[in-house]
Design a protein around this ligand. Structure first.
Ligand SMILES: Cc1cc2nc3c(=O)[nH]c(=O)nc-3n(C[C@H](O)[C@H](O)[C@H](O)COP(=O)(O)OP(=O)(O)OC[C@H]3O[C@@H](n4cnc5c(N)ncnc54)[C@H](O)[C@@H]3O)c2cc1C
Length: 402
């Protein structure tokens, strides 16, 4: 009989790993998901973009696995007949101060092999791609695409079940102990023994890591991203995706316009500190999560470095005209009433070191037979199938039990 392997977390990464393991016939695979459905957190609450790899430092895991992951997701959607729309992305510099950062993105994108990237100069060239945009220069990535990550996760879960794997939703892992070469995993209804465990628990990944004695650093810092819906009567303002030039000091991409697979256009996400790991609005507050963040050794350093941007983002979250003003920089014809309502927010699981630095790259730890994915923010949905191969090839079986 093969090994018994558990995966904790039924987001796209956990399910992609389970799928790769059953297809490689590597053992008896069980996924534990605490919610009553898959993709309930980051995977089902994101921008739905398949990134082409423009931004990432060449040579990093993000750069490598995003490029490989994009191809795998594209081919998987074709195989399963799932929607995949290459609407393309325009990264727009609105004024001269943004030109050096735009040039840097262009350099990185070329080093990362982003296909068919084009540099555009002057409003007229930009408007050939996006007729309503304002800006002085841009890079255009025609193969950036829109997908439905929940549908992809569900299709992968079907592959897992169809190849002998088990998916247990509504099963929160409450405790985990390493017992010799095995791992005991406890849920409310049973205790299970596994040969290997892979943890892809997103917003809870540091909590689970602590159960097996891993370093408490990095800790997860939850950052909420809020979206506004664009009035369906005005979605002709946006053909594909319009992104700002991101601030290189910050790991998030900035408020952008995205045309989804169902032709809806949303504006966002911003980035505000969430007051609970799963805090999808200002009204969800966990004193424990907030207190843990405030007393983390890196808290002072982070606040000192980013307080100005923090105030700006929080004001935009609370005061619609401020959010609108940022969006209108890119589309002057936008009117405040075109942003009709807030749609489902997402919370990013951003890893944070005890020195106060936000981790940029994907990060993995191995504690005996337990593999811990400790930082899997964007573009981890794009990269999910490549992350699965990377973990299986370089971590999960690296330690032999005999
Ligand atoms: C606002 C926003 C926009 C984004 N946009 C994009 C984008 O356009 N493109 C892109 O590529 N990426 C994007 N991302 C990032 C992407 O969504 C994530 O990187 C990706 O979904 C991570 O997948 P995951 O499976 O690791 O985590 P998750 O989807 O968060 O899954 C983790 C799962 O673990 C479960 N879990 C936790 N604790 C336990 C426990 N004790 N027992 C059992 N189960 C447990 C949770 O319930 C959850 O379902 C975005 C993220 C956000 C928040």
């Amino acid at each position: 009989m093969g090994e018994r392997i558990a995966i904790i977390g039924g987001g796209i990464v956990g399910v992609a790993i389970a799928r790769a393991l059953v297809l490689r016939d590597r053992g008896e695979v069980t996924v534990f998901e605490k919610e009553d459905r898959l993709a309930a957190h980051q995977t089902g609450r994101n921008s739905g973009v398949v990134h082409a790899g423009l931004y990432y430092q060449p040579g990093t895991l993000k750069a490598q696995l995003c490029a490989a992951g994009r191809i795998s997701i594209r081919d998987y959607c074709a195989e399963k007949n799932l929607p995949y729309r290459e609407v393309g992305k325009l990264v727009v510099a609105v004024d001269e101060s943004e030109l050096p950062a735009l040039a840097d993105i262009e350099r990185r994108a070329l080093a990362n092999g982003v296909p068919d990237l084009v540099r555009l100069d002057g409003t007229a060239q930009l408007r050939e791609i996006e007729p309503h945009v304002a800006g002085i220069a841009a890079v255009h990535s025609p193969h950036t695409a829109a997908v439905d990550y929940t549908a992809i996760t569900e299709a992968m879960a079907e592959d897992v079940r169809g190849n002998g794997g088990t998916i247990r939703t509504g099963r929160e892992v409450l405790a985990m102990t390493i017992d010799g070469s095995r791992v005991r995993v406890r849920t409310a209804d049973a205790e299970h023994l596994f040969d290997r465990v892979i943890v892809c628990a997103g917003l809870q990944s540091d909590v689970i890591a602590r159960l097996v004695g891993a370093d408490p650093s990095p800790k997860i810092l939850p950052f909420r991203g809020e979206y506004w819906a664009l009035d369906p009567a005005r979605t002709d303002l946006v053909r594909g995706m319009i992104y700002p030039v991101p601030d290189p000091r910050f790991p998030f991409l900035g408020v952008h316009f995205t045309r989804g697979v169902h032709d809806d256009v949303h504006v966002g996400p911003n980035a505000v500190p969430a007051l609970a790991r799963e805090g999808y609005s200002w009204l969800t507050v966990s004193p424990k999560d907030t207190w843990e963040s405030l007393r983390w050794p890196g808290a002072g350093g982070l606040a000192k470095q980013h307080w100005r941007m923090g105030i700006d983002e929080i004001s935009g979250s609370l005061v619609k005209p401020l959010y609108f003003r940022k969006a209108r920089r890119f589309i002057p014809e936008l009117r405040m009433r075109d942003l009709t309502h807030k749609t489902a927010a997402g919370v990013r699981a951003q890893a944070w070191g005890r020195d106060g630095a936000l981790l940029d790259d994907f990060a993995v730890d191995q504690v005996g037979p337990v593999t811990l994915l400790r930082n899997a923010p964007s573009p981890a949905a794009t990269s999910s199938m490549a992350i699965a191969d990377h973990l299986i090839d370089h971590y999960v079986f690296a330690r032999t039990t005999d």
